[in-house]
Design a protein around this ligand. Structure first.
Ligand code: PMP
Ligand code: G9A
Length: 416
């Protein structure tokens, strides 16, 4: 008898969607391809020698513990230095027991969905938003309410209107998800006023705020805006930090700061998921922070990415059609380009692949795929010359698309 997967796979499994970013990563690894797509740190900036030293230290001092199973919540030494760092650098009032180590922030997103979403439950996010979060929430059949962004990061009036509308139909969202600082994908941040308002609204309606913060320390200019978690006096915020963008994504190491109730639930979830995160790597990360290297590394990549942002902006000015618009983020790794209405970036993608250049199609970051003429560009990964060449190729692609196959959205939608 052949295996009948259709019967075997659960409804939840059948509902899984693939990540456009993960799929693109395979495509863009072919020779000669320029990828402005994936959110990859610059590999030249990995502090290889120092990591080597830290590993040697672990071998000398703790190797037997480092090779053993560890506690589910994570290595106390690491949680303790992280708590200190979060207090000092972020003003987040936390101690070791408020922190749980996860295998990447992506695992934490999955724990959030697992613990807070029953099928059909509603959550809120801005549109656009991080597509890996959408993927995690979709896996647990969450129902997304999208709030448009504005120049203060999120349209608060629209949020209030939508909450009232939902309330009338008996729906209160479980949480609001935000990459509040240097957002993936747009590079924009939520203003301090709006952060405070979000907390007020969350308290009024009794939902959680998930503050996903991989980019908060990568500030190029201006003063950092306080994290939402640092403004939270009621334990209403789940804060996610990660080593992926400030040290190395290969570590697969991140942390959650949240109330005791949430940490306990996530710990139970982790027991059933992977028992504990990689203990060896947790020791290495501990040595790295204890040695004072993380701050040095962050300062280094801040300067590097600031420079790369400027290289990309300069190339955009030089090559892109004058109708194109882009954000100029004050930090992070991405900027967001909006093209004229007669370009559909998903339909254009084939042309870009033929020219061996890739971006992430904007609609992938919209839960309802409603935006069709935008793209996300990453400026952290590539060498300066590659960024320039990539933007040049992309500009040719766009100009060709605008002249040879101008897109008519209304006709496309109505199927004419
Ligand atoms: N959240 C956001 C906003 C991200 O941009 C990313 C990675 N691109 C993640 C979470 C996942 O990070 P990690 O590598 O820690 O799983
Ligand atoms: O490679 C990944 O999936 C992590 C990066 C995410 C991104 O490009 O936003």
């Amino acid at each position: 008898m052949v295996v009948n997967y259709d019967r075997l796979f659960s409804a939840r499994s059948k509902n899984l969607k693939s990540s456009e970013i993960r799929e693109l990563l395979k495509l863009t690894q072919s020779p000669g391809f320029i990828s402005l797509a994936g959110g990859l740190p610059n590999p030249e900036a990995f502090p290889v020698e120092i990591i080597h030293e830290c590993i040697e230290k672990v071998f000398k001092t703790n190797i037997h513990n480092a090779l053993q199973y560890g506690t589910t919540e994570g290595l106390p030494l690491l949680r303790s230095v992280l708590a200190q760092r979060m207090r000092e650098r972020k003003g987040i009032d936390c101690e070791l027991h408020d922190i749980l180590i996860t295998s990447g922030a992506q695992q934490a997103l999955s724990f959030i969905a697992f613990n807070l979403l029953d099928p059909g439950d509603t959550y809120i996010t801005s549109a656009p938003t991080y597509l890996g979060a959408l993927q995690a929430f979709h896996a647990y059949q969450g129902n997304c309410e999208c709030i448009p962004m504005n120049d203060e990061g999120i349209d608060i009036d629209s949020l209030r209107r939508n909450l009232k509308r939902l309330h009338r139909t008996g729906i209160t969202p479980k949480f609001l998800y935000a990459v509040a600082t240097f957002q993936n994908p747009s590079g924009e941040s939520i203003s301090l006023d709006h952060r405070n308002e979000l907390l007020e609204i969350a308290s009024e309606y009794d939902f959680i705020i998930v503050e996903d913060d991989p980019y908060g320390e990568l500030v190029f200019e201006g003063k950092p805006i306080p994290s939402i978690k640092s403004l939270d006096k009621k334990g209403r915020v789940i804060y996610l930090g990660t080593f992926s963008k400030v040290l190395a994504p290969g570590f697969r190491l991140a942390w959650v700061i949240a109330s005791e109730e949430i940490i306990n639930k996530f710990s139970l979830t982790k027991q059933s998921s992977d028992l504990c995160s990689n203990i060896f790597v947790q020791y290495v990360a501990y040595e790295y922070i204890k040695g004072g290297y993380l701050d040095i590394q962050i300062n280094h990549i801040k300067q590097l990415y600031h420079h790369k942002r400027d290289v990309m902006i300069q190339a955009l000015k030089e090559y892109f059609p004058k109708e194109a618009k882009w954000t100029v983020p004050g930090g992070g790794m991405f900027l967001w380009v909006t093209l004229p209405k007669n370009v559909n970036t998903r339909l254009m993608f084939k042309r870009a692949v033929a020219k061996k250049v890739a971006y992430v199609v904007g609609d992938a970051f919209y839960p309802d795929s409603s935006n069709y003429n935008s793209m996300r560009l990453n400026f952290s990964y590539s060498d300066d010359n590659v960024i320039k060449e990539g933007i040049k190729r992309l500009a040719d692609v766009i100009k060709e698309e605008m002249t040879t196959t101008p897109y008519d959205h209304d006709a496309y939608v109505s199927g004419v």
